[in-house]
Design a binder for this molecule. Structure first.
Ligand code: ADP
Ligand code: MG
Length: 257
């Protein structure tokens, strides 16, 4: 059973301290929701865990499978089994969804076993069709350039498709719900739920409680000013839905001062 253990995680951007000591453990099989007002550092946590160069880790560690992933290149982190779905996926004109996924999948297989010759085309087609059916995606999207002209819903589904194809042990989904209409939200959530199981740990990052009506978390955390200030069960998200974030701010004013 793998787990991602984040300890005393401090991150700055352009010399400005954004994360100020995050502690969080996500185990395979668990769904964690990370909530909080805008600008509190949720995306910073996701991006810096994946090694985005704009973020400087000033303290702390993130241990996965016995390694501090903060010391690894971004692709090595992915190959080890940590997946990040972006809040704002980038378009890659000229690279089809199918080619992108096959390249990513083969890179991961090669990293695990240097002798791996890569997935065969028929085997890959079968896998892709199976995952696209699971996510109720139109098969024609496989032949389109990645995220190029995709609607918000298509981009999010393409992210979940990547996750389905790469089957990571830990997935971090940053604001998977932003820009989705209710049908797309339901389909993306069903996709995540379909992938849910003892092998997958998920950190769902969201500002709104909405997606948590579909993806039921086991644990809920609230981030405020670069720290996790509250942790609890699903009832915590419900409480936020009803009360907003004001009580969190009032309760933790001293922390922020
Ligand atoms: P959240 O995802 O919780 O809304 P972010 O992690 O995106 O918050 O942002 C946290 C803080 O870091 C904000 O004050 C934001 O303005 C700042 N920030 C985020 N990304 C950058 C960046 N690339 N350059 C400068 N400041 C940034
Ligand atoms: Mg964000």
């Amino acid at each position: 059973m793998s787990e991602l253990v984040i300890r005393n995680f401090h991150v700055s951007i352009d010399g400005k301290q954004i994360l100020k000591g995050v502690n969080l453990t996500v185990k395979q099989g668990e769904i964690h929701a990370l909530m909080g007002p805008n600008g509190t550092g949720k995306s910073t946590l996701a991006y810096s865990l994946m090694g985005h160069p704009a973020y400087t880790v000033t303290q702390g560690e993130a241990i996965f499978k016995g390694q501090n992933i903060l010391e690894l290149d971004p692709d090595a982190r992915a190959h080890l089994g940590v997946f990040l779905a972006f809040q704002y996926p980038v378009a890659i004109p000229g690279v089809t969804v199918a080619n992108f996924l096959r390249t990513a999948l083969n890179a991961k297989r090669h990293a695990i076993d240097a002798a791996d010759k890569g997935i065969s085309i028929p085997e890959f087609r079968k896998l892709l069709k199976e995952k696209m059916d699971l996510l109720q995606m139109d098969q024609t999207i496989a032949g389109r350039y990645l995220n190029d002209g995709f609607s918000g819903g298509e981009k999010k589904r393409a992210e979940i498709l990547q996750m389905a194809a790469l089957h990571p042990e830990i997935a971090i989904l940053d604001e998977t719900d932003s820009g989705l209409d209710i049908d797309a939200l339901r389909i993306v959530s069903e996709g995540v739920n379909a992938l849910r199981g003892p092998d997958l740990g998920v950190l769902v990052i969201t500002h709104y409680q909405r997606i948590l009506n579909y993806i039921k978390p086991d644990f809920v955390h609230i981030m405020l000013d670069g720290r996790i200030v509250e942790s609890g069960g699903p009832d915590l998200a419900q409480h936020l839905e009803e009360q907003g974030y004001d009580w969190v701010r009032e309760k933790h004013e001293t922390v922020m001062a």
